[in-house]
Design a protein around this ligand. Sequence first.
Ligand code: ZN
Length: 266
Amino acid sequence: MALRIFARFFGCICLLVILDCGLLYPSRAQRPRAEYRVLAVYSDKVEHDHVDFAHQAVRFFSTAARKDHFSITATPNWDDLNTTNLTKYDLVLWLNDSPHTARQRKAFEEYMEHGGGWLGFHVAAYTESETDWPWFTSFLGSTAFSNNSWPPLPATLNVDDASHPIARGIPQAFLSPSNEWYVWAPSPRLHAGVQVLLTLSPSNYPLGLKDTILSGDVPVVWTNTAYRMLYVNMGHGDQIFSSGVQNQLFENAILWLAPASFKPLR
Ligand code: ZN
């Protein structure tokens, strides 16, 4: 009997040690998995052009998944951003929206702070102000939406770092299909941890008719190197996937964002 009580007591201590060490929530880098799993979250009841993009993106990345040997699950339910569900995925895509509730935001924060991955498009990073969601503003590179071009137009993009994996097979400059372009303030380039990978070419200026970008440094793809994340400004309308060059960039992005244990897939 004494031995049984000791064993029960010792078992409790072990459990407490496991909980205390955070071993029940290991980083994704530590958790072996046979498959690179991607979760794509989107909204169906937002601006029509953003819904069009999301539906096309689900089709595009589903095809890429079969080719590049990852799995993708698409959901219009943002409550799928919960702690339990997120443990099943190595990368989360926000196609045309962002979390709506404090609970969803908190679950996402914990996911990213414990090694999760994120690829956000266009309006997914839109915030009314820098203080709307301070954690996200910091995560994005201490920047927030400032203004935009209108109507959607094609634009020439410059590759900032041709040696970066997402630039593989991408020319130094290329014409990106029609998109609504966002300007950010302050420029994410000013954040020490940010690496800008693509920038709007100054040759586009003035860009827009009703709302015009006249000048300035406008990053369109960047990563905050403190996280496994990438933001891509493209994502407005049904023309985004009409460029083979840009499609290659998107495919590169998914593969680059894979956790280290899946990198041999490339
Ligand atoms: Zn838009």
